[in-house]
Write a protein that binds this ligand. Structure first.
Ligand code: GAF
Length: 390
């Protein structure tokens, strides 16, 4: 198990800027990756989610540029990309990792804002493709930097929708609003209870240390399998089910109406998708109730039930994450579930602080027995959302 990462990421972004542009940045901005405690695939159904920000983050060193092209250097990609207004104006003209940056410029223009031209250097310690929302961290960091550089007064509550628009409209990924909200609106020692319809938030105290607990995050390293297509297919199934049921979104189906709703749907696959979303929304509400009451260990069974629902009804888990959940539970975790969009990524396990290491070892042993690539684990503490660092 590795501890919290050291954070030379700020220095790496600054050094990258100086190397790429031969000058000092005007400032440094950071935005975190997230872990979703519970509430999976509920965001685009107008439902409820409960993420918290990781201490792992993407840092942008930036300065205004008097020219007409945005220039971005990325440590992870090992390259520099530049694009002008015309490329930013047309989704698809900038591809790869830089599309997330061009997408933010595009979304700001689309919102009628006068985006400042800038030079940026990006470094990150959010693992890529691990379901910890490295994309949202990149969008949120760039968005926060550009808004500050341009002295553009956009309320924090309105920012996640701009970052989501970059991803939906420019990158072409039909994600919901959870990840961008988490990266922008989360606070240390709290989980963010977000109503994805009204965008109202409640900062729910989630002080694991005070409760003698730890949240173990296990990166399954499972190769992502058809992620984009499967995600879009789940979203389409949910939206067509809502239309068939005559409701704006599956959020409008309560658990007391579930049996009646299921009886009205012919397709057994669609019925399972609906059951996941409806029961998952209820699990989020129950988790929030327990956290409000300070009964942290009692959320364990809800986490595990969420995993079972993702495995059996939403069908988005893979053997590696199922194995991690089973091994964590067998080693004494209060509860465990996959977090994020699915088909790989990370598992979280709620454990007594002293059990974090043994549970991580038990998962590693189960992986070795099944011949899976060794997982990596760390304990996560809720950190701050996007902000200016200097
Ligand atoms: C991905 C998406 F980006 C989110 O919007 C959300 O739907 C999540 O999968 C599943 O809960 O992270």
């Amino acid at each position: 198990m590795t501890g919290q990462p050291d954070e030379p990421v700020t220095e790496r972004a600054t050094a990258g800027f100086t190397r790429a542009y031969g000058s000092q940045p005007a400032g440094l901005w950071a935005a975190p990756g997230r872990v979703n405690l519970i509430g999976e695939h509920t965001d685009y159904n107008d439902g409820f989610v409960l993420p918290f920000a990781l201490p792992r983050r993407t840092v942008v060193a930036a300065a205004p540029d008097s020219g007409r092209r945005w220039t971005v250097w990325s440590e992870q990609a090992g390259e520099q990309v530049s694009f002008g207004r015309a490329q930013a104006a047309e989704p698809g003209r900038v591809g790869g990792w830089a599309a997330y940056v061009a997408g933010v410029v595009w979304a700001l223009y689309e919102a009628g804002l006068d985006v400042p031209v800038a030079r940026l250097a990006i470094a990150s310690d959010v693992p890529l493709g691990a379901g910890l929302s490295s994309s949202a961290a990149l969008e949120a960091a760039v968005l926060t930097a550009l808004l500050d550089l341009g002295k553009l007064d956009v309320p924090v509550a309105d920012r996640p929708a701009l970052a989501q628009r970059a991803e939906n409209g420019y990158v072409g990924m039909p994600c919901g609003i959870m990840d961008q909200s988490a990266s922008i609106r989360c606070r240390p020692d709290h989980a963010l209870f977000l109503d994805c319809r009204t965008l109202e938030v409640e900062q729910v105290p989630f002080d694991l240390g005070a409760a003698g607990l730890a949240l173990l995050v296990v990166d399954s390293h499972a190769p992502h399998r058809h992620v984009g297509g499967e995600y879009a297919a789940r979203r389409t199934a949910c939206e067509s089910a809502a239309a068939a049921l005559g409701v704006p979104a599956l959020r409008d189906v309560g658990t007391d109406q579930l049996d009646t709703a299921l009886a009205r749907l012919d397709d057994p696959v669609v019925r399972r998708r609906v059951r996941h979303v409806v029961t998952e929304n209820q699990r989020v509400r129950e988790t929030v109730e327990l956290l409000r009451a300070g009964r942290l260990p009692e959320i364990g069974p809800l986490l595990t039930a969420s995993h079972q629902s993702m495995r059996d009804d939403f069908e988005i888990t893979v053997p590696e994450v199922d194995t991690a959940v089973e091994a964590a539970l067998a080693a004494g975790a209060y509860g465990a579930r996959m977090t994020g969009g699915g088909f790989g990524g990370c598992v979280l396990a709620l454990v007594d602080r002293a059990a974090a290491e043994p549970v991580a070892s038990a998962v590693a042993k189960a992986y070795a027995e099944r011949g899976f690539r060794a997982p990596t684990s760390f304990t996560a503490v809720p950190g701050p959302g996007a902000r200016r660092l200097s």
